[in-house]
Design a protein around this ligand. Structure first.
Ligand SMILES: [Zn+2]
Length: 162
């Protein structure tokens, strides 16, 4: 069996940054995002290229930053693939569609990280899974809170299976 070399976290992050710039996406660092550690993807318009906003200062490890960046790139791929109608639905701010959108972007992120040779060992896979679950849970809680109580349990279970 040929074992793939494990990349350093720094190289992993660089690979994702390179891929982002080769897609014509701009990276903008934001001071205000430093407090929340949030990353955000913005769809481009006529003359404005798509942009990923990243926290200017972060305590996140380089590897986790690579995951977060891959996730935002994942949003870019999802928006490229879906119809306008679906894109509008995703941007509607409804908690269910937001959660669905997040799930799809994480699926893309996993594909990207595999293609870039980053998700090759168990430890990295495990960190990825933990970070993904942590991020998705923040959205899942919003969905569950938005539903009236008799359905909450059922819906929470359905989301896990999506
Ligand atoms: Zn997202």
């Amino acid at each position: 069996m040929d074992e793939k070399a494990i990349l350093s976290d720094e190289v992993a992050k660089d690979r994702i940054l390179n891929r982002i710039s080769s897609e014509g996406i701009r990276i903008r660092s934001s001071f205000s995002k430093s407090a929340t550690g949030q990353y955000t993807y913005y769809l481009g318009e006529d003359k404005i290229p798509p942009t990923i906003e990243v926290p200017q200062f972060t305590d996140l490890s380089e590897l986790i930053q690579a995951f977060a960046l891959a996730h935002e790139l994942g949003h870019h791929y999802v928006y490229q693939r879906i119809s306008r109608k679906k894109a509008r639905l995703f941007k509607s701010g409804m908690t269910c569609t937001t959660y669905w959108n997040e799930k799809l972007a994480w699926r893309e992120a996993e594909k990207i990280l595999k293609e870039e040779g980053i998700l090759v060992d168990e430890q990295t896979n495990c960190s990825f899974f933990k970070y993904k679950t942590f991020c998705l849970n923040t959205y899942k809680d919003q969905v569950v809170h938005s539903i009236s109580s008799p359905f909450k349990f059922l819906f929470g279970s359905v989301l896990l299976l999506m």
